[in-house]
Design a protein around this ligand. Structure first.
Ligand code: ACO
Length: 434
């Protein structure tokens, strides 16, 4: 919980009114001036499009220090979790605020595993989509439709039902995502297998076919698990804020997560990893890198180095640091260590990290820089990159939604506006209008 221990003085220029506003301190990070009473006391709003300086809630889930390149879930460093934990354990951590003991882990793992099947009717629903449908369109629709299938977990005021819907969403999202892929290539959906781990099972549902046995490569399963861990939560980004705002009206959790998926689909949010691959292919050869670096610095050229820069990180994105290493391991396991795209990516990174333009603006590789190369090497098509992001982020959205629902101070989210439209004017009937 935040603490009030300081105040800020505000003088309203138009009226001369002086106000003392509480300053809230969290456990880490910048303080926040509490302006909740501002309108009531002074009749003015704050103005902050894009929420550049606005904290929208209290949260104890994820901490980011963008200047230092720090990302922590529930106090644990992301690199440590990526190295030593599993995605399912991270799900438990994000939802419950602590690491599970063995018994708690086994129980949780069993619960998630046992909820991976989706209602058989959902297979028929998928068949209504065109084969060319983007998997994000299917995923967003499928999530909203879960509320039509699971009536027994829609009561948001019942903690047991909130838990059940959380488990269902985390467990079913890999099945729904893999089904969307299989549908797009005309192959039968592959049912989940309870003897496999979360990530092994996902790879199995993506790549197995009924005609032959599919063996999951442990290096790829570990890489997949790490990618899921790295994408599991990122505090109040656009899609998470969308989930919270949708949930603030007491909407059911399945539709709230569906709204989050829609927000993530936007190219400014979840779509950049695909753009990195396109860029590396366009560069084509290490010898062309200087030309592209020059273009990225040219204000008259819209080209940007995809996978570089971040709104919050003004340092190396800690997720990219983990993925750089994972990328080498995956390509080695697949015998693709001489992959030309990886060669271009590594050289591009080296040049950019030493170039004045990028250094001055603190433009470092972000999480998308290496994830696309890993996906490509694994044989995952580009249209599935954003669904994979959604798959991993579902637990973050669910944890944030649950945290909001458990907050006694929770109320409907309702931003205000600075009206810049017409002043009052008289209506003229159509017959009298020129
Ligand atoms: N290549 C070249 N120049 C860049 C880049 C880039 N990738 N990113 C930022 N800049 C420059 C801008 O031109 C600007 O220069 P100026 O100060 O001379 O005008 C300066 O750096 C600051 O850039 P902004 O756009 O103001 O930074 P902002 O925080 O708004 O944008 C963003 C962050 C959108 C991520 C941006 O860096 C970008 O477009 N990167 C490429 C796309 C990308 O990789 N997106 C994925 C982000 S990670 C994620 O969403 C999971």
């Amino acid at each position: 919980m935040s603490k009030k221990n300081k105040t800020a003085k505000l003088t309203i220029g138009t009226t001369g009114q002086e106000l003392e506003l509480p300053i809230l301190s969290g456990t880490q990070g910048p303080d926040a001036i509490d302006v909740t009473s501002l309108y009531k006391e002074a009749g003015v709003f704050t103005y902050d499009p894009g929420f550049m300086s606005t904290a929208s809630c209290d949260s104890g889930i994820t901490y980011i220090d963008g200047d230092k390149g720090i990302l922590r879930y529930r106090g644990y460093d992301i690199a440590e979790l990526a190295k030593g934990s599993t995605f399912v354990e991270v799900c438990y951590l994000l939802l419950n605020g602590k690491l599970p003991n063995k018994k708690e882990f086994n129980e949780f793992n069993r619960t998630i595993t046992e909820h991976t099947l989706v209602h058989e009717q959902i297979h028929f629903m998928y068949r209504g989509f065109p084969r060319r449908a983007h998997p994000m369109a299917i995923l967003s629709g499928a999530f909203a439709s879960l509320s039509a299938f699971y009536h027994d977990s829609l009561d948001i005021n019942d903690p047991a039902q909130r838990d059940l819907s959380a488990f269902r969403m985390i467990a079913k999202v890999p099945t729904l995502a893999a089904m969307a892929y299989k549908y797009s290539i005309g192959q039968p959906a592959v049912y989940p297998r309870n003897d496999l781990s979360f990530s092994e099972n996902f790879l199995h549902m993506m790549f197995a076919v009924p005609a032959e046995e599919y063996k999951v490569d442990p290096v790829l399963a570990k890489a997949m698990d790490q990618i899921f861990i790295l994408h599991a939560d990122h505090e109040q980004n656009a899609s998470t804020s969308t989930v919270r705002l949708a949930g603030s009206s007491q909407a059911n959790p399945f539709t709230c997560i569906s709204a989050g998926i829609a927000s993530l689909w936007g190219p400014a949010h979840g779509g950049a990893n695909e753009a990195v691959i396109n860029m590396l292919e366009e560069i084509g050869d290490v010898k062309n890198i200087p030309e592209f670096i020059k273009r990225a610095q040219d204000k008259n050229d819209p080209f940007r180095l995809m996978g570089f820069g971040h709104r919050v990180y003004k340092n190396y994105d800690p997720r990219a640091a983990v993925l750089k290493d994972t990328c080498s391991k995956v390509l080695k396991a697949l015998g693709q260590i001489n992959d030309p795209l990886l060669k271009i990516a590594k050289e591009l990174e080296k040049i950019a990290l030493n170039d004045d333009y990028f250094v001055k603006r603190k433009l470092y590789p972000n999480v998308d820089f290496y994830s696309g190369i890993i996906y490509k090497a694994m044989g995952i098509p580009t249209s599935m990159y954003t669904p994979l992001f959604a798959l991993a982020r579902t637990v973050g959205w669910v944890a944030q939604w649950r945290e909001m629902m458990e907050d006694p101070a929770q109320r409907i989210g309702r931003p205000r506006q600075l009206y810049v439209g017409e002043k009052p004017r008289k209506y003229t009937p159509l017959s009298k209008r020129k």
